[in-house]
Each structure stands twice: as structure tokens, then as C-alpha cells.
Design a protein around this ligand. Structure first.
Ligand code: F6R
Length: 248
């Protein structure tokens, strides 16, 4: 995997947005759908802002884009303030011309018994479209990608997972306290992430610097799922200076 370091997250986000815009246009010219794997959280906010700007000011169309988000809390109502459905609508989907039926986010309202089938269908839909062209990732303080926490295997499937304590603590502000923070989530599995043709992991700030070092320079281990990207043939860690500050 490669590493690219930018002066700040704004510059970095613009560069990632440019790559996505170029890919969308190439696919459009080929009359092909562009399959994007999308993340939520703070890291991709600048990216989505720039994609919205490219749509509004430079005419970038998302009509040929089909998106699959990485994860959603479980249980979660789509109109809840903390749902990833709401996040994606507010920051991207409602601000561009992507077709609502082309936006996929794991369903936080399923019955427990329905989850396994739903997850295999989620993966099957991606496969039927020819796979993810470009996957956007953030990274958790524990090295999680999507909600594939420490211990997730490289061949793990899309599934219901228990969130790590550290992940719940990181989210607890949004949920006004740990007691109200979900304990589980549905996540795209590591296998599906690794099958994406291109992967971009974005990380900003000093608080990510230790886990970035472990992911890029440490051993490939299930303790740090982001370290699996070392074995992906087209993955790039896009960092700001602070996140890269511990790299040798
Ligand atoms: C979100 C996701 C998570 C986040 C990660 C970093 O869809 O899959 O893996 O990318 O927890 O979150 P932020 O960007 O808020 O630091």
C-alpha cells in the first residue's frame, strides 16, 4: 500500500474528491455505473463537502454512481439523529443528483433473524454490479475499518458485530453518554473491503498517528484490521502531516 501525506486535511480531501470525480467521469464515458464504497464519521466530511462543491459549481453528475456504505449502528432508525442514513443524506446524497435507489446503507431496523440473509444480499448486490470500484475508509483508534474491530479476520463477511468499548466511547458524545450508545452494528466484512479495486483510507490528526504507524509499518495482524491493507494491491493511506508524524 502507498502513503501520501498532505499539508492538511482540506488539501487531502480535495485530492481524493478529484480522484473520485475523475473515476465517475471515466465510468460515465464508458456508460458504466461507478460503484463507490462510502464511510461516515468525521474523516470523510471534507471529501463530501468537496464532492458537493464539484456538483454545484462544476457540474459533476452522480447519476451513474451506485453507493454502498460500510456500516450502520444496530438497532438504528433511519431518521434518528445519529443514523448513518441521516449523515449521508445531509452531507452528500440530498445535495447531489445521485438516485436515491442507488444509495445503499446497511439497514438498522431489521429483525435479528433477518440480518444474516440481508448481509449476504448486500454483498451479492455489490458482486452483481461488478464489485466496488473505489472504497473510502476512515480508521478507528484501534485500527478498525468499517466496524471490523480488532480480531476481525481477513475473510470476514458482512455481518452483525459487537462494537469495542473504545469505539463506543468515541461515539458516546454523539449519543449523550455510553449508556445510550449502541453495542452492535452491521458492517461490510474485511473480505468485501479487500475485494474493492481501489481503496483510500483517510486519517487526520495526531490522535490517529499511533494507529497509522501500526497499520502501515507494523505486522499484518487481525489485532489491527487496517494492517490488512498492506496486502491490497491498490490501496493508499491519505494522511495529513499530524497523522503521518510517527511514520519512519
Ligand atoms: C464509519 C466507519 C468507521 C470510521 C472510523 C473513524 O463508517 O466505518 O470505521 O471511519 O471509526 O471515524 P472518524 O472519521 O470519526 O475518526
Amino acid at each position: 500500500a502507498g502513503t501520501v501525506v498532505y499539508e492538511n486535511s482540506t488539501e487531502a480531501s480535495k485530492a481524493v474528491a478529484k480522484e473520485i470525480a475523475d473515476l465517475i467521469k471515466v465510468k460515465e464515458a464508458q456508460k458504466q455505473p461507478c460503484i463507490l464504497g462510502l464511510a461516515t464519521g468525521s474523516s470523510p466530511k471534507g471529501l463530501y463537502a468537496e464532492l458537493v462543491r464539484l456538483h454545484k459549481e462544476e457540474g459533476l453528475s452522480f447519476k451513474n454512481v451506485v453507493s454502498f456504505n460500510l456500516d450502520e449502528y444496530y438497532p438504528m432508525e433511519p431518521d434518528s439523529i445519529n443514523s448513518y442514513v441521516r449523515f449521508m443524506k445531509e452531507l452528500l446524497f440530498d445535495q447531489v443528483d445521485i438516485l436515491p435507489e442507488n444509495c445503499h446503507i446497511p439497514d438498522g431496523t431489521l429483525s435479528k433473524e433477518g440480518i444474516a440473509d440481508y448481509c449476504s444480499q448486500y454483498e451479492a448486490k455489490i458482486k452483481a454490479l461488478g464489485g466496488i470500484d473505489l472504497q473510502i475508509l476512515g480508521i478507528g483508534g484501534n485500527g478498525h475499518i468499517g466496524f471490523n474491530e480488532s480480531g476481525s479476520l481477513q475473510n470476514s463477511k458482512t455481518r452483525l458485530v459487537a462494537l469495542d468499548h473504545i469505539t463506543r466511547v468515541a461515539a458516546s458524545n454523539d449519543f449523550s453518554g455510553l449508556d445510550n450508545t449502541p453495542r452492535t452494528a452491521i458492517t461490510l466484512g474485511v473480505k468485501a473491503i479487500m475485494e474493492a479495486k481501489r481503496v483510500i483510507l483517510m486519517a487526520w490528526g495526531e490522535r490517529k498517528s499511533n494507529i497509522i504507524k501500526a497499520s502501515i509499518e507494523g505486522e499484518v495482524t487481525n489485532r489491527v484490521p487496517a494492517s490488512y491493507l498492506q496486502e491490497h494491491n491498490n490501496a493508499t493511506f491519505v494522511l495529513d502531516k499530524a497523522a503521518a508524524s510517527k511514520l519512519t
